[in-house]
Design a binder for this molecule. Structure first.
Ligand code: ZN
Ligand code: ZN
Length: 258
């Protein structure tokens, strides 16, 4: 009589047994995340940027806040408007931002790097134009400031002053909005960061697509890169967590503007 549930558990492995789910660019869609958390009860979820909740994040995810830990990094679109910014950075979940630090989540050390590389700040190769927000502000006219500080757009630009401290850390998993070099629009410095951290896996969002990097890249890079597509959810092994609604509910799947 007890055999059936045990067998059933075996069937749903590995999705069911993994503790942390990684959620690709939600762009304001949370229905599939709420449904999946109810179905699989991961200990934690990590949003990979371009979150853009239409209300404060704790409101958008209210049905699952008691069921799972919510962590996030920001993407380039999280600074598109004041509302995008405030609903994420000003939310009650603001302290769950993994950007620029390593946090132990469900027993896994996760390093986070939100935002994107912008030429105006740092193109991720060669010398940065501005090593820090302070250096940029020193050159920035008062009229260009936002709320008395960094222009809103550059609050999702990666500064070396946020990136470099991560090179002193160790972690098991790296989450970034930008991709490592195995993606056609990825960056060598993300490879270098992952190698320096000593991670086994590196999840990224931003490109709205999942490319199978397995063939040569894990060997070349020394870690397993995983691209998580638009509104997609992947588990700690990088496997797709099937959701019933994401493709049908959000047919506006699109490639990120580059
Ligand atoms: Zn996106
Ligand atoms: Zn993006």
């Amino acid at each position: 009589m007890d055999a059936a549930p045990a067998f059933k558990r075996g069937l749903v492995e590995p999705v069911d047994v993994k503790r942390i789910f990684f959620c690709g660019d939600p762009h304001g869609h949370f229905e599939h995340i709420i449904e999946t958390v109810h179905a699989h009860r991961p200990v934690a979820i990590v949003l990979l940027g371009d979150v853009q909740p239409k209300e404060p994040l704790e409101q958008a995810l209210k049905p699952i806040l008691a069921l799972t830990e919510v962590w996030w990094i920001h993407g380039n679109h999280d600074t598109d408007s004041d509302a995008d910014y405030d609903h994420l950075f000003g939310s009650a979940l603001a302290d769950r931002n993994l950007h620029g630090r390593v946090v132990e989540v469900a027993g896994v050390r996760i390093a986070g790097l939100g935002g994107i590389f912008r030429e105006q700040i740092w193109s991720a190769s060669g010398q940065p134009r501005y090593p820090s927000a302070e250096a940029f502000l020193a050159q920035c006219g008062k009229g260009n400031r936002w709320r008395g500080g960094l222009p809103r757009k550059h609050r999702s630009s990666i500064f070396p002053s946020e990136f470099d401290p991560l090179l002193q850390e160790k972690a098991d998993v790296l989450v970034t909005h930008e991709a490592p070099s195995c993606h056609p629009h990825g960056f060598q410095v993300i490879d270098d960061l992952a190698a320096s951290l000593g991670v086994g896996l590196a999840f990224h969002g931003h490109h709205h697509e999942h490319i199978d990097y397995r063939k040569e890249e894990a060997t070349r890079l020394g870690f397993t890169p995983v691209g998580v597509a638009y509104c997609e959810i992947r588990n700690q092994l990088g496997h797709l967590v099937p959701t019933t609604c994401w493709r049908t509910a959000f047919p506006g799947d699109r490639l990120e503007e580059r």
